[in-house]
Design a protein. Structure first.
Length: 350
Protein backbone atom coordinates (compact mmCIF):
# COMPACT_ATOMS: atom_id res chain seq x y z
CA UNK A 1 0.00 0.00 0.00
CA UNK A 2 1.09 3.54 -0.77
CA UNK A 3 1.11 6.20 1.94
CA UNK A 4 -0.28 8.66 -0.59
CA UNK A 5 -3.53 6.65 -0.55
CA UNK A 6 -4.12 7.98 2.98
CA UNK A 7 -3.92 11.67 2.20
CA UNK A 8 -6.70 14.25 2.30
CA UNK A 9 -7.07 18.01 2.02
CA UNK A 10 -7.63 19.96 5.23
CA UNK A 11 -8.09 23.74 5.24
CA UNK A 12 -5.74 25.13 7.92
CA UNK A 13 -8.54 27.02 9.66
CA UNK A 14 -10.14 23.68 10.67
CA UNK A 15 -7.15 22.76 12.86
CA UNK A 16 -8.49 23.42 16.35
CA UNK A 17 -6.28 25.82 18.32
CA UNK A 18 -8.33 25.69 21.51
CA UNK A 19 -10.79 23.25 23.10
CA UNK A 20 -14.57 23.54 22.86
CA UNK A 21 -16.08 25.72 25.60
CA UNK A 22 -17.39 22.57 27.28
CA UNK A 23 -15.79 19.16 26.91
CA UNK A 24 -18.86 17.20 25.81
CA UNK A 25 -20.15 20.05 23.61
CA UNK A 26 -17.82 19.02 20.80
CA UNK A 27 -19.36 17.52 17.69
CA UNK A 28 -19.57 13.76 17.16
CA UNK A 29 -19.65 12.09 13.76
CA UNK A 30 -21.18 8.60 13.99
CA UNK A 31 -20.10 5.98 11.46
CA UNK A 32 -21.89 2.67 10.94
CA UNK A 33 -19.42 0.23 9.39
CA UNK A 34 -22.08 -2.26 8.32
CA UNK A 35 -24.48 0.10 6.57
CA UNK A 36 -21.87 2.71 5.60
CA UNK A 37 -23.92 5.55 7.05
CA UNK A 38 -22.70 8.84 8.53
CA UNK A 39 -24.66 10.81 11.12
CA UNK A 40 -24.04 14.09 12.93
CA UNK A 41 -24.42 14.42 16.70
CA UNK A 42 -22.91 16.02 19.79
CA UNK A 43 -20.51 14.20 22.07
CA UNK A 44 -23.02 14.51 24.89
CA UNK A 45 -25.27 12.25 22.76
CA UNK A 46 -22.77 9.41 23.10
CA UNK A 47 -24.77 7.79 25.90
CA UNK A 48 -27.70 7.24 23.51
CA UNK A 49 -25.41 5.38 21.08
CA UNK A 50 -24.28 2.87 23.67
CA UNK A 51 -26.10 -0.29 24.73
CA UNK A 52 -26.59 -2.21 27.95
CA UNK A 53 -23.60 -4.52 28.32
CA UNK A 54 -21.12 -2.46 26.32
CA UNK A 55 -17.63 -2.08 27.75
CA UNK A 56 -15.75 1.19 27.24
CA UNK A 57 -11.98 0.94 27.63
CA UNK A 58 -10.10 4.23 28.10
CA UNK A 59 -6.48 5.23 28.63
CA UNK A 60 -5.93 6.81 32.07
CA UNK A 61 -2.41 8.11 31.41
CA UNK A 62 -1.67 11.58 32.76
CA UNK A 63 0.21 14.16 30.71
CA UNK A 64 3.27 15.63 32.41
CA UNK A 65 4.33 19.29 31.84
CA UNK A 66 7.14 18.11 29.57
CA UNK A 67 8.12 21.39 27.90
CA UNK A 68 10.80 23.45 29.66
CA UNK A 69 12.42 26.77 28.81
CA UNK A 70 15.94 27.33 30.07
CA UNK A 71 18.99 29.49 29.52
CA UNK A 72 22.24 27.98 28.29
CA UNK A 73 25.44 28.81 30.14
CA UNK A 74 26.43 30.77 27.02
CA UNK A 75 23.37 32.99 27.53
CA UNK A 76 20.93 31.89 24.83
CA UNK A 77 17.50 30.40 25.41
CA UNK A 78 16.72 26.76 24.72
CA UNK A 79 13.46 24.83 24.67
CA UNK A 80 13.71 21.32 26.13
CA UNK A 81 10.96 18.82 25.45
CA UNK A 82 11.09 15.62 27.52
CA UNK A 83 10.13 12.64 25.37
CA UNK A 84 11.05 9.57 27.42
CA UNK A 85 12.79 8.72 30.70
CA UNK A 86 16.03 6.75 30.25
CA UNK A 87 17.72 6.10 33.60
CA UNK A 88 18.81 7.40 37.00
CA UNK A 89 22.53 8.08 37.45
CA UNK A 90 24.67 7.04 40.42
CA UNK A 91 24.54 10.56 41.86
CA UNK A 92 20.77 10.88 41.54
CA UNK A 93 20.56 12.63 38.18
CA UNK A 94 17.67 11.79 35.87
CA UNK A 95 18.53 11.17 32.22
CA UNK A 96 15.81 11.84 29.66
CA UNK A 97 15.71 11.70 25.92
CA UNK A 98 14.73 15.19 24.81
CA UNK A 99 14.02 17.35 21.82
CA UNK A 100 16.05 20.56 21.91
CA UNK A 101 15.32 23.82 20.12
CA UNK A 102 17.67 26.78 20.11
CA UNK A 103 18.62 29.62 17.79
CA UNK A 104 22.22 28.46 17.80
CA UNK A 105 23.46 24.87 17.43
CA UNK A 106 23.43 22.75 20.58
CA UNK A 107 26.81 21.53 21.84
CA UNK A 108 27.42 18.35 23.79
CA UNK A 109 28.35 19.10 27.42
CA UNK A 110 26.60 22.46 27.63
CA UNK A 111 24.73 23.29 30.85
CA UNK A 112 21.18 24.63 30.90
CA UNK A 113 19.62 26.49 33.84
CA UNK A 114 15.85 26.48 34.39
CA UNK A 115 15.41 27.79 37.94
CA UNK A 116 17.53 28.13 41.08
CA UNK A 117 18.59 24.62 42.03
CA UNK A 118 17.32 23.07 38.79
CA UNK A 119 19.67 22.54 35.85
CA UNK A 120 20.71 20.03 33.20
CA UNK A 121 23.69 18.91 31.14
CA UNK A 122 23.32 17.98 27.48
CA UNK A 123 24.97 14.65 26.65
CA UNK A 124 25.18 12.89 23.31
CA UNK A 125 22.82 13.20 20.38
CA UNK A 126 20.63 10.10 19.98
CA UNK A 127 19.01 10.91 16.64
CA UNK A 128 18.70 13.78 14.20
CA UNK A 129 16.52 15.77 16.58
CA UNK A 130 16.94 14.16 20.04
CA UNK A 131 19.58 14.29 22.77
CA UNK A 132 20.25 12.64 26.12
CA UNK A 133 19.91 15.29 28.84
CA UNK A 134 20.78 14.76 32.51
CA UNK A 135 18.74 16.77 35.04
CA UNK A 136 19.72 17.66 38.59
CA UNK A 137 17.47 19.33 41.14
CA UNK A 138 18.01 20.44 44.73
CA UNK A 139 14.39 19.45 45.41
CA UNK A 140 12.08 16.76 44.06
CA UNK A 141 12.36 16.61 40.26
CA UNK A 142 8.66 16.02 39.71
CA UNK A 143 7.62 18.88 41.96
CA UNK A 144 10.01 21.20 40.13
CA UNK A 145 8.76 19.99 36.74
CA UNK A 146 5.19 20.57 37.82
CA UNK A 147 6.07 24.10 38.94
CA UNK A 148 7.97 25.36 35.91
CA UNK A 149 7.15 22.91 33.10
CA UNK A 150 4.64 23.78 30.38
CA UNK A 151 1.92 21.69 28.77
CA UNK A 152 3.41 19.70 25.87
CA UNK A 153 0.93 20.72 23.18
CA UNK A 154 1.44 19.25 19.70
CA UNK A 155 3.29 21.38 17.15
CA UNK A 156 0.18 22.35 15.19
CA UNK A 157 -1.29 24.21 18.20
CA UNK A 158 0.32 27.65 18.42
CA UNK A 159 0.89 29.25 21.80
CA UNK A 160 2.87 32.11 23.25
CA UNK A 161 4.70 31.52 26.52
CA UNK A 162 1.74 32.85 28.49
CA UNK A 163 0.89 31.65 31.98
CA UNK A 164 -2.86 32.09 31.45
CA UNK A 165 -2.80 29.96 28.29
CA UNK A 166 -0.80 27.26 30.04
CA UNK A 167 -3.16 27.17 33.02
CA UNK A 168 -6.08 26.53 30.67
CA UNK A 169 -4.17 23.93 28.67
CA UNK A 170 -3.06 22.12 31.83
CA UNK A 171 -6.70 21.52 32.65
CA UNK A 172 -8.11 20.87 29.16
CA UNK A 173 -5.21 18.89 27.63
CA UNK A 174 -5.86 16.24 30.26
CA UNK A 175 -8.70 13.75 30.56
CA UNK A 176 -10.93 14.04 33.63
CA UNK A 177 -9.95 10.47 34.56
CA UNK A 178 -6.17 10.90 34.12
CA UNK A 179 -4.44 8.98 36.92
CA UNK A 180 -0.94 7.72 36.04
CA UNK A 181 1.69 10.31 35.10
CA UNK A 182 4.00 9.64 32.19
CA UNK A 183 2.55 10.81 28.87
CA UNK A 184 3.97 13.67 26.81
CA UNK A 185 0.85 13.81 24.63
CA UNK A 186 -2.79 13.40 25.57
CA UNK A 187 -5.01 10.47 24.57
CA UNK A 188 -7.22 13.01 22.84
CA UNK A 189 -10.34 10.92 22.27
CA UNK A 190 -10.84 11.01 26.04
CA UNK A 191 -10.73 14.81 26.28
CA UNK A 192 -14.48 15.01 25.49
CA UNK A 193 -15.66 13.14 28.57
CA UNK A 194 -17.02 14.86 31.67
CA UNK A 195 -17.70 13.23 35.05
CA UNK A 196 -21.42 13.76 34.46
CA UNK A 197 -21.30 12.04 31.07
CA UNK A 198 -19.39 9.11 32.53
CA UNK A 199 -22.01 8.76 35.29
CA UNK A 200 -24.77 8.78 32.65
CA UNK A 201 -22.94 6.09 30.68
CA UNK A 202 -22.60 3.87 33.74
CA UNK A 203 -26.27 4.45 34.63
CA UNK A 204 -27.17 3.11 31.19
CA UNK A 205 -25.55 -0.20 32.09
CA UNK A 206 -22.27 0.40 30.28
CA UNK A 207 -19.08 -0.54 32.13
CA UNK A 208 -15.93 1.60 31.93
CA UNK A 209 -12.49 0.04 32.36
CA UNK A 210 -9.04 1.60 32.12
CA UNK A 211 -5.66 0.73 30.69
CA UNK A 212 -2.52 2.86 30.85
CA UNK A 213 -0.39 3.71 27.84
CA UNK A 214 2.03 6.60 28.15
CA UNK A 215 1.69 8.41 24.85
CA UNK A 216 5.07 9.45 23.50
CA UNK A 217 6.14 12.26 21.20
CA UNK A 218 6.45 9.68 18.44
CA UNK A 219 2.69 9.87 18.03
CA UNK A 220 3.33 13.14 16.11
CA UNK A 221 6.18 11.76 14.01
CA UNK A 222 5.30 11.37 10.33
CA UNK A 223 5.56 8.12 8.43
CA UNK A 224 8.63 8.57 6.24
CA UNK A 225 8.24 5.54 3.97
CA UNK A 226 6.00 5.59 0.90
CA UNK A 227 5.31 1.89 1.35
CA UNK A 228 2.97 1.67 4.33
CA UNK A 229 4.26 -1.74 5.35
CA UNK A 230 7.85 -0.51 5.78
CA UNK A 231 7.07 1.86 8.66
CA UNK A 232 8.01 0.94 12.25
CA UNK A 233 6.16 2.25 15.29
CA UNK A 234 7.81 3.79 18.34
CA UNK A 235 7.47 1.68 21.50
CA UNK A 236 5.31 3.00 24.34
CA UNK A 237 4.92 1.79 27.92
CA UNK A 238 1.63 0.18 28.97
CA UNK A 239 0.14 -1.33 32.10
CA UNK A 240 -3.12 -3.28 32.43
CA UNK A 241 -4.68 -4.52 35.67
CA UNK A 242 -6.05 -8.00 36.19
CA UNK A 243 -9.52 -6.52 36.69
CA UNK A 244 -9.49 -4.78 33.30
CA UNK A 245 -8.17 -7.89 31.56
CA UNK A 246 -10.93 -9.99 33.12
CA UNK A 247 -13.60 -7.46 32.13
CA UNK A 248 -12.44 -7.50 28.50
CA UNK A 249 -12.14 -11.29 28.38
CA UNK A 250 -15.62 -11.71 29.84
CA UNK A 251 -17.16 -9.17 27.45
CA UNK A 252 -15.62 -10.94 24.46
CA UNK A 253 -16.78 -14.34 25.70
CA UNK A 254 -20.32 -12.99 26.05
CA UNK A 255 -20.24 -11.35 22.59
CA UNK A 256 -20.62 -7.88 24.11
CA UNK A 257 -19.12 -4.83 22.41
CA UNK A 258 -15.71 -3.61 23.52
CA UNK A 259 -15.41 0.05 22.54
CA UNK A 260 -11.97 1.61 22.71
CA UNK A 261 -11.66 5.27 23.66
CA UNK A 262 -8.88 6.25 21.30
CA UNK A 263 -6.14 4.67 19.26
CA UNK A 264 -3.88 4.23 22.30
CA UNK A 265 -6.43 2.10 24.16
CA UNK A 266 -6.95 0.19 20.91
CA UNK A 267 -3.27 -0.66 20.63
CA UNK A 268 -3.12 -1.92 24.22
CA UNK A 269 -6.24 -4.05 23.76
CA UNK A 270 -4.97 -5.54 20.52
CA UNK A 271 -1.47 -6.11 21.92
CA UNK A 272 -2.66 -8.16 24.90
CA UNK A 273 -5.68 -10.02 23.47
CA UNK A 274 -5.26 -13.42 21.84
CA UNK A 275 -7.20 -14.56 18.74
CA UNK A 276 -9.27 -16.67 21.14
CA UNK A 277 -10.46 -13.52 22.92
CA UNK A 278 -8.38 -13.82 26.09
CA UNK A 279 -6.79 -10.60 27.34
CA UNK A 280 -3.71 -10.73 29.54
CA UNK A 281 -2.81 -8.28 32.29
CA UNK A 282 0.68 -6.93 32.92
CA UNK A 283 3.04 -4.18 31.83
CA UNK A 284 5.63 -3.68 29.14
CA UNK A 285 6.00 -1.79 25.88
CA UNK A 286 4.15 -2.09 22.62
CA UNK A 287 5.14 -1.07 19.11
CA UNK A 288 2.06 -2.62 17.52
CA UNK A 289 1.47 -1.06 14.10
CA UNK A 290 -2.10 -1.33 12.87
CA UNK A 291 -2.82 -0.58 9.22
CA UNK A 292 -5.39 -1.86 6.68
CA UNK A 293 -5.42 -5.64 6.52
CA UNK A 294 -5.10 -6.02 10.31
CA UNK A 295 -7.63 -8.37 11.93
CA UNK A 296 -8.99 -6.92 15.16
CA UNK A 297 -9.23 -9.37 18.06
CA UNK A 298 -10.82 -7.25 20.80
CA UNK A 299 -12.16 -3.92 19.57
CA UNK A 300 -15.63 -3.73 18.04
CA UNK A 301 -16.17 0.02 18.44
CA UNK A 302 -13.90 3.05 18.42
CA UNK A 303 -14.14 6.62 19.70
CA UNK A 304 -11.48 8.79 18.13
CA UNK A 305 -10.60 12.30 17.00
CA UNK A 306 -9.82 13.33 13.42
CA UNK A 307 -6.18 12.62 12.63
CA UNK A 308 -3.41 14.01 10.45
CA UNK A 309 -3.12 12.89 6.82
CA UNK A 310 -0.62 10.08 6.20
CA UNK A 311 -0.36 9.33 9.94
CA UNK A 312 -0.23 5.98 11.72
CA UNK A 313 -3.35 7.07 13.64
CA UNK A 314 -5.31 7.57 10.43
CA UNK A 315 -4.06 4.20 9.16
CA UNK A 316 -5.40 2.52 12.31
CA UNK A 317 -8.83 4.10 11.82
CA UNK A 318 -8.83 3.03 8.17
CA UNK A 319 -7.92 -0.50 9.23
CA UNK A 320 -10.95 -0.51 11.50
CA UNK A 321 -13.57 1.06 9.22
CA UNK A 322 -12.15 0.84 5.71
CA UNK A 323 -10.03 3.39 3.87
CA UNK A 324 -12.64 4.62 1.40
CA UNK A 325 -15.36 4.95 4.04
CA UNK A 326 -13.08 6.80 6.46
CA UNK A 327 -11.81 9.21 3.81
CA UNK A 328 -15.42 9.81 2.73
CA UNK A 329 -16.24 10.67 6.35
CA UNK A 330 -13.23 12.99 6.58
CA UNK A 331 -14.32 14.79 3.41
CA UNK A 332 -17.78 15.20 4.90
CA UNK A 333 -16.25 16.54 8.12
CA UNK A 334 -14.39 19.17 6.10
CA UNK A 335 -17.59 20.15 4.30
CA UNK A 336 -19.44 20.38 7.62
CA UNK A 337 -16.70 22.47 9.25
CA UNK A 338 -15.67 19.94 11.91
CA UNK A 339 -12.65 20.85 14.06
CA UNK A 340 -9.64 18.59 13.56
CA UNK A 341 -6.82 17.09 15.63
CA UNK A 342 -6.13 17.14 19.37
CA UNK A 343 -8.57 19.86 20.47
CA UNK A 344 -11.01 19.03 17.69
CA UNK A 345 -14.24 17.07 17.36
CA UNK A 346 -14.77 13.34 17.67
CA UNK A 347 -15.89 10.32 15.72
CA UNK A 348 -17.71 7.19 16.92
CA UNK A 349 -17.30 4.11 14.73
CA UNK A 350 -19.57 1.11 15.36
Amino acid sequence: MKLSDFDYYLPPHLIAQSPAPQRDASRLMVLDRTHKTIEQARFSDLVTRLMLGDLLVANDTRVIPARLYGRKETGGWVEVFLTSFVRTTADGGLVWQCLLKSRRPIRQGIRVFFAPGFEAVVHERTAADTWLVEFHSDSDFWQMLDRIGRTPLPPYIRRQRDAADDARDRERYQTVYAATSGAVAAPTAGLHFTPQLMDAIRNRGVAIAFVTLHVGYGTFQPIRTEEVEEHSMHAEYFKVSEDTAQQVTQALAQKRRVIAVGTTATRVLETLTTPAGIMASGEGTTDLYIYPGYCFKAVSGLITNFHLPRSSLLLLVCAFAGREFVLEAYAEAVRQGYRFYSYGDAMLIL
